[in-house]
Design a protein around this ligand. Structure first.
Ligand SMILES: Cc1cc2nc3c(=O)[nH]c(=O)nc-3n(C[C@H](O)[C@H](O)[C@H](O)COP(=O)(O)OP(=O)(O)OC[C@H]3O[C@@H](n4cnc5c(N)ncnc54)[C@H](O)[C@@H]3O)c2cc1C
Length: 247
């Protein structure tokens, strides 16, 4: 997962933990990002911008999205709906699971957890030898009951849910971290594919490009495919601009 950002970080100036508040188009064709970070506020002006944020965030960042993305793409982003998830990572002194890195809980069981990712099994050095790292993913219905509760209540609840599937595991918990993931998964309601096809057919006409899993489906492959598409669009726009300048 870290390979692409690690490769980029070798050649680019990367700013972490920076929240973009707003994006403005300038008269000379450049784009200014208004950024807030622990170090303070800053403006960053760029020739092109790729927004890899969830669809509602992307729309919120642009004061007039229709003038930047066009009506079809703006409507597509505006119609994108998400489910949220109270995803909670739990560190164990011992490894509750030793074989399956992904555990899906059948819906007929009506369990609080939809799935668990056992990250200590996903690769070496994910957690110290012998320890366990579980990513608890509550169902959408259970997330709704947890959302407003405190982080400690959510953590305790999901550690208890995992203990039902891995009896005794609760006693080995070292610490946990709860993440309120508001735009966890984009939904694909009837009519979505038609709207997507229309949006995909639009040729970008601004220096702002968009990507994210909502352009394909809720998984990292789709997010990556949409990022490649945005990169190709950006390069095409840049080549066209260079050609125009050379004429
Ligand atoms: C619980 C759970 C488990 C999953 N498991 C899998 C799995 O096993 N395999 C798989 O392929 N997929 C999985 N997925 C789906 C996968 O995580 C997503 O499809 C993928 O993360 C989408 O990537 P993205 O870049 O489109 O969006 P995100 O990963 O959501 O990235 C959007 C980024 O934008 C940032 N952001 C938002 N607003 C701003 C702002 N104003 N300024 C700056 N940055 C901002 C956010 O902090 C975030 O980092 C899972 C999803 C969930 C919820």
């Amino acid at each position: 997962m870290g390979t692409v950002p690690a490769a980029l970080a070798k050649h680019l100036d990367i700013k972490l933990s920076a929240e973009v508040h707003r994006i403005d188009m300038n008269d000379d064709g450049s784009v200014t990002l208004r950024i807030g970070s622990p170090a303070g506020q800053a403006d960053l002006t760029a020739d092109y911008v790729v927004l890899a944020t969830p669809a509602p965030v992307t729309l919120r960042l642009l004061p007039n999205p229709e003038s930047v993305l066009g009506k079809i793409v703006t409507d597509f982003l505006g119609s994108t709906r998400y489910v949220r998830n109270a995803t909670t990572a739990v560190a164990y002194r011992t490894a509750p699971e030793t074989r399956a890195y992904g555990v899906s809980v059948p819906t007929v069981l009506n369990h609080r957890l939809a799935a668990i990712g056992w990250d200590h099994l996903k690769g070496i050095n994910r957690s110290p030898a012998g320890t366990g790292l579980g990513v608890m993913m509550p169902t959408n219905a259970h997330t709704d009951t947890l959302w407003e509760r405190s982080k400690s209540e959510i953590g305790e609840d999901l550690i208890g849910a995992a203990d039902e599937l891995y009896p005794g595991s609760r006693a080995h918990v070292m610490f946990y971290r709860v993440q309120h993931w508001s735009h966890a998964m984009p939904l694909q309601a009837p009519g979505w594919a038609r709207q997507l096809a229309q949006a995909l057919a639009v040729k970008p006409n601004s220096p702002v490009f968009t990507c994210g899993d909502y352009w394909g489906g809720p998984n990292t492959e789709m997010a990556l495919v949409s990022g490649e598409r945005a990169a190709a669009q950006l390069l095409a726009a840049h080549k066209a601009k260079q050609l125009q300048h050379s004429l």
